[in-house]
Structures are given as structure tokens and as C-alpha cells.
Design a protein around this ligand. Structure first.
Ligand code: GCW
Length: 657
């Protein structure tokens, strides 16, 4: 590897496609992109069918305007493949489907398959700052270096990485990118006004890939940028300011996507200051973007972050539901309410947010976190697709009712926080590329199997020479397939969450957040642990679910083991459905989790000399850190609970009482 790692798009001729003829019909800038890609893959490209009756091309791509623009059908006959797309973006996505087929040995597979994106909106959010923030650095919760968009306090002059990023995202079907942090600091607020010409340069790099640019904006912009003394959403001057501002943005960037807003959350300004609610705030911006076909992604991550830990009546898990569901039906059509997958904050295990099913008259989006804030920060290898698939499959109204993926599909779609930075591997940990890949694939088709996505990513990524080394593929698969459960097993147990070092959120600190204002407690004492969120005796959070889940979670008889401590406070001697006690489960999983990481280290070591040296070394070094960290988690968590409970490990292993 020289310079920047290509992720899953290998450079140069693509075996199977190279040397063949491609006919790519039609007139559209995106089709020019497809033609350039086909040439780069080593194909001879024509724009119109030869009239001399020459042999049919190996690849033919055309548009028939039937179906959705992004959809396409692929028909192979064993020797040739025809892609018929609904629009130019479908032709682009169809091309990358061929690249996947070529990598997985299915290029001209006989038969016809239809491909449509299940989620109508597929957006990646960057938490990038223009300036380096004194606490959060340049990319908030970024674990892959600096921003690919900004450097030295401004938009980069050289945007070639952005161009390449757009290509990678198009190949997995992402069609929108928000380029800046939802915590909008003073410098970043100005992207909306002073920096428009530079933001337009970024948009120009993404456009050939069918990707629209979005900006995170400060709700206080009329004050900060507009010189008004208010940002009250019902004030006529405020409304006029937003309209004029939006007009200027679309004049500079005709395909601009819209605004992302974090309001009245963790110190960000919002409508509460004026006695208004989130619908008033969101509709203010909706009015400004409406004429331009824009969207407003309004985040539901709203809670009291200045809570008194002594106060047992306030439950952070309840907050988004309590704030937003009374507003259902009041949001304008342009507004998408963006909901984190769990009610807390991207923990390794949370129940699915009840908000996703509680606003039938609102466009609701699911928000995932590709950046691994609470899941190992791209120092630990943790393949997150199995977790996302569980969320997408969750049926809020019970078995047989529509899953979350269907509820968001035609409304707000899906959003995720990107894990990419200016690191040579893009994602810090080379294996974290799999998460970005899998996010795009699941946003496109929520029914794809995470293990199959993993194999697809491996096949595209771990080529050597002209073929895939099967042994390398098997080891990488084995290493990542169950890595989410492994991470869960050596960190916070049974859905209780947090237990991380405050601030950085990396590494164990069992009581780190126990007396903090953030609403993130586990309530461990000498007898037991967990948060009583039942209706009967607790915070009532379980009652935010429709049946059957409210009963399922309410009762100790039916609550799933992995969420036990999210919903209940139980004695250490409480017996799980698995048959183990809570305390023995904690010990067993923590020993097993750290052992599993030892096995990951050994598995990777066996690949020395069989994968690219730079990739090998980076993964080896990260796995060494994961091993150190997993042992630290194991020993701190086990020791903490032995000291609290006084109950020894039934198997007499080393715990540091
Ligand atoms: O997960 C938390 C992070 C914050 C982040 C916030 C959010 C951008 O710790 O850094 O702020 O969520 O989602 O807004």
C-alpha cells in the first residue's frame, strides 16, 4: 500500500471486467461517471450500440425511467450482463453492483435480480469541526485523524480525498453527507454564510457520485450570523433571515440537501429559550428549505444533561419520547426527526428506542453511530452490522408487525455518524472499514445478512494479485463475525451501559459516571445492580413501548437477559434465563471476552506475510491495544463486583479483591 488505502474499491483493472466491452447509454453527468469508472476498470467503453452488428458487449447499462431513479435490474446470461436502471443514479449503483459481483465471482450470473434502496434517505453525518476544538479535537468522537473536509481553520484546498470518499460512498449507495458537527461552534456556524463558496467546492466533489451535501446549523444563527437579538422561531425577522439564508445557500449549491439541527441538547441553543417547542423550531427551518426541495434533520437527542444524581425520578432514557411524541403531527413535511437507535447513547447494548414507533404522523429517521465512540473507538475490532441488523429487524408492535426498517423506509430513512478521517486507512483501524461498508449496504437493503456483507467486504478488500486468498478471508471473517458480542462480554454487562472513563469514553471506569450530571447510572450496591425502569416500581420507561414489549420488559420472567439491567434492579444472586446468576454471568463473560480477544490476536498473527504489510502492522498494533484494554476491563469489572458483592467466582479464577 502506498499513500492512502483504497478501502473496498481496488485501484486499476478489475479482473473479469478488464478487457471487455461496455455499452453505457444515455446522457447524464452520472453516466459520465459510470463511463469513467468502466474505463478505469479496464473496459472499452462505447456510448451507442455498434451499427455493424458487432458482438454484444459484456456489460450494457441503460436507463428506462421505470421504477425509482435509484433502482435497477441486473440480468446475466453467464457471459454478459445487462443493467437497466430507473435513472442515472440507478445506473451508478448498478455499475458498483457489477464490481461486487466481479469480486465475488458472480459477474455474469444467470437470471435477473431487482435492486431498490429500502431507505429513501441514506445520509452520513460528520461531526467534523473546521477549527480544532480544545476538548473534542477536530473531529468530535473521531478516531481516524483529522477532517477530510477542513484543515487549518478552513475548507481544504486539495479535496481529492473528498472526491474519493464520494466514490466509496456511491459504491455502497449513500446519497447524502452532512459535513460538519452537530455541535456547531462559532467558527463552524459561518459555513452557512461566509464560507459558502468553499462549501460549494466540497459539493462539487460529491456531485459526480450522486451525493448531496447537508450542513449542520446553529439554531442561534440569526443572532450569531444575522445580527438579530433573537432566534425566536415565531419572530418574523427570524423567519425572513432563514428564508434569505436558504435562498443564498441554494443559489450557491443548487443540489444542496438541507440542514441538520441539534437543538436544546447538551448546551446547543434551541426554541426552549423562547418558550417554543421543537415543532416550532423545526418548522421554522422547514419553511426556509421548502421551496428548494430541502430537508431538515431535527435530532431527537434531547435530555437533561445537568441532572442531580440524587434525583431518582428523572430518567434520561425517557427524555426523547417525552419531548417528541406529544408533537407528532405538527412537524412539516420537510422535517425528519432523527432518533438514536437506543434511548440513551450508542451503548453496546440498549433496547431499541420507543420513539421510532411512536410518531406515525412524522417522518422519523433511525440514527446509528459508525464511529465507535462507545464500542472501542476503532482501537478495538468490533463489527457492528449484527447490532444494526437487530435494530432494523425489531418489530415495535410485536412479531409479524412492521420492523423498524419499514417504519423509516419511506419517511426519514437512515442516518449514521461517519467513522472516516484523514488517516491513511480512512478509519484508523483498517477493519473498521467494514462498518462503513456495512452501514451503506444495510441502508440500501435492511434484509442483507451481516455475515454475507462481511464476506462481500472481505472479497472486495483483501485481494492479492488476481484473486482472493481464501485463508485470509476465513481468518478475517472469524475475527470480526462475533466481535460485537465479544466486546459486549468484556465491557458493561447485561445492558447496564456506560462504566466508561468520563469525557473520553474509552476504557473502564465502573463508577465514572455514577455521581455525574449526565443521567447515566447503574446503582450498584452491595446487594445488586441495575436501573428499575418498570412501570410498577421504577421510572416507567418500559411503559413507553406498545404491547407486547411493555409487558415483556416489565416482567423479570420475560425480559431478555441481555437487557436485564437496563430495565430492572436485581440482586447479584438473581438467576438469568441462561441459568447463571448475575454475578457469575459477569465473571464468566468477562473472562471469556478477554480470552476471545487473545484468540483474535493469535488469528491475525497467522496472516503475517499474507496481507499487505502496512495493513498487517496497523491491525496487529490495534489488536495489541484491544488485548491490553480487554484485560483491563475484565479485571476492573470483576474486581469491582467481587468487592461490592463479596461473592466469589464459582470457578476460582484470578480476581483482585
Ligand atoms: O454520544 C454523544 C457524544 C457527543 C455527541 C452527542 C450527540 C456530537 O458523546 O460527543 O455530540 O452524543 O449525539 O449529539
Amino acid at each position: 500500500m502506498n499513500g492512502v488505502h483504497p478501502m473496498w474499491l481496488r485501484p486499476g483493472p478489475i479482473p473479469g471486467l478488464a478487457g471487455g466491452d461496455a455499452l453505457i447509454e444515455g446522457d447524464d453527468p452520472l453516466l459520465d461517471t459510470v463511463r469513467a469508472e468502466a474505463r478505469a476498470a479496464g473496459m472499452h467503453v462505447a456510448e451507442a450500440a455498434a451499427s455493424d452488428g458487432a458482438l454484444a458487449p459484456q456489460v450494457r447499462i441503460s436507463i428506462d425511467r421505470a421504477g425509482t431513479p435509484a433502482g435497477f435490474a441486473v440480468t446475466g446470461d453467464g457471459e454478459r450482463t445487462v443493467v437497466v436502471a430507473g435513472g442515472a443514479s440507478g445506473a451508478l449503483y448498478g455499475w458498483f453492483e457489477l464490481v461486487r459481483r466481479a469480486a465475488t465471482g458472480r459477474l455474469h450470473e444467470p437470471g435477473t435480480t431487482r435492486h431498490e434502496p429500502t431507505q429513501a434517505v441514506r445520509i452520513l453525518d460528520h461531526w467534523d469541526n473546521v477549527d480544532v476544538h480544545p476538548v473534542m479535537g477536530q473531529v468530535e468522537r473521531g478516531y481516524a485523524g483529522g477532517s477530510i473536509f477542513f484543515d487549518a481553520g478552513r475548507v481544504r484546498d486539495d479535496l481529492s480525498r473528498v472526491h474519493e470518499y464520494g466514490r466509496l460512498l456511491a459504491s455502497i449507495g449513500i446519497d447524502r453527507v452532512a459535513i460538519n458537527n452537530v455541535n456547531v461552534h462559532a467558527r463552524e456556524a459561518r459555513l452557512l454564510t461566509d464560507d459558502l463558496a468553499d462549501v460549494a467546492r466540497i459539493a462539487a466533489e460529491l456531485r459526480p457520485w450522486g451525493i448531496r451535501l447537508h450542513l449542520s446549523v446553529s439554531f442561534a444563527s440569526p443572532i450569531v450570523l444575522g445580527g438579530l437579538e433573537t432566534s425566536d422561531p415565531l419572530d418574523a425577522r427570524v423567519r425572513a433571515w432563514w428564508r434569505e439564508t436558504a435562498d443564498r445557500v441554494w443559489a450557491a449549491i443548487p443540489d444542496f440537501g438541507g440542514f441538520v439541527v441539534k437543538a436544546d441538547s447538551e448546551g446547543q441553543p434551541g426554541p426552549f429559550a423562547y418558550g417554543r417547542d421543537h415543532a416550532d423550531g423545526a418548522n421554522l427551518l422547514a419553511e426556509a428549505v421548502a421551496l428548494h426541495g430541502g430537508l431538515v434533520h431535527w435530532r431527537a437527542f434531547v435530555y437533561n444533561h445537568a441532572q442531580d444524581w440524587r434525583d431518582r425520578t428523572t430518567d434520561r432514557a425517557r427524555a426523547a419520547f417525552d419531548h417528541f411524541t406529544p408533537l407528532d403531527g405538527r412537524f412539516a413535511d420537510q422535517v425528519i426527526v432523527q432518533v438514536k437507535h437506543g434511548p440513551m447513547d450508542f451503548q453496546v447494548r440498549e433496547p431499541v428506542s420507543p420513539v421510532l414507533a411512536a410518531m406515525p404522523r412524522t417522518r422519523v429517521a433511525l440514527e446509528l453511530q459508525v464511529t465507535q465512540e462507545y464500542t472501542g473507538q476503532q482501537r478495538h475490532a468490533v463489527y457492528l452490522a449484527p447490532m444494526w441488523r437487530e435494530v432494523l429487524d425489531f418489530a415495535p408492535f410485536g412479531a409479524g408487525s412492521p420492523p423498524v426498517a419499514d417504519l423509516t423506509a419511506t419517511g426519514g430513512g437512515i442516518a449514521a455518524v461517519s467513522n472516516v478521517g484523514d488517516d491513511a486507512f480512512w478509519t484508523g483501524h483498517p477493519l473498521a472499514q467494514a462498518n462503513l461498508y456495512a452501514f451503506g449496504r444495510l441502508a440500501w437493503d435492511a434484509t442483507l445478512d451481516p455475515a454475507a456483507i462481511l464476506d462481500e467486504w472481505i472479497a472486495l478488500t483483501f485481494w492479492s494479485g488476481a484473486s482472493l486468498d481464501r485463508e485470509v478471508a476465513a481468518v478475517v471473517h472469524e475475527l470480526l463475525d462475533a466481535s460485537w458480542q465479544t466486546y459486549e462480554s468484556y465491557t458493561a454487562p447485561l445492558g447496564v451501559g456506560f462504566m466508561v472513563t468520563p469525557g473520553t469514553h474509552y476504557g473502564p471506569s465502573v463508577d465514572g459516571y455514577e455521581y455525574s450530571p449526565w443521567g447515566t447510572y447503574h446503582f450498584a450496591d452491595r446487594d445488586g445492580i441495575g436501573v428499575d425502569r418498570t412501570v410498577a416500581t421504577g421510572t416507567g420507561y418500559a411503559g413507553q413501548y406498545p404491547p407486547p414489549w411493555r409487558e415483556t420488559y416489565e416482567s423479570l420472567d420475560t425480559v431478555p437477559d441481555e437487557l436485564l439491567l437496563f430495565f430492572h434492579h436485581v440482586p447479584y444472586t438473581h438467576r438469568l434465563h441462561s441459568g447463571s446468576t448475575v454475578i457469575q454471568h459477569i465473571y464468566d463473560t468477562h473472562f471469556a471476552g478477554a480470552d476471545a480477544v487473545d484468540a483474535m490476536v493469535a488469528a491475525w498473527a497467522s496472516l503475517e506475510g499474507r496481507v499487505d504489510d502496512a495493513v498487517f502492522a496497523r491491525v496487529r498494533d490495534r489488536l495489541a491495544e484491544q488485548q491490553r484494554s480487554a484485560r483491563e476491563w475484565r479485571d476492573q469489572v470483576n474486581t469491582y463486583f467481587l468487592r461490592k458483592s463479596g461473592i466469589p467466582d464459582g470457578r476460582g479464577r484470578a480476581i483482585f479483591a
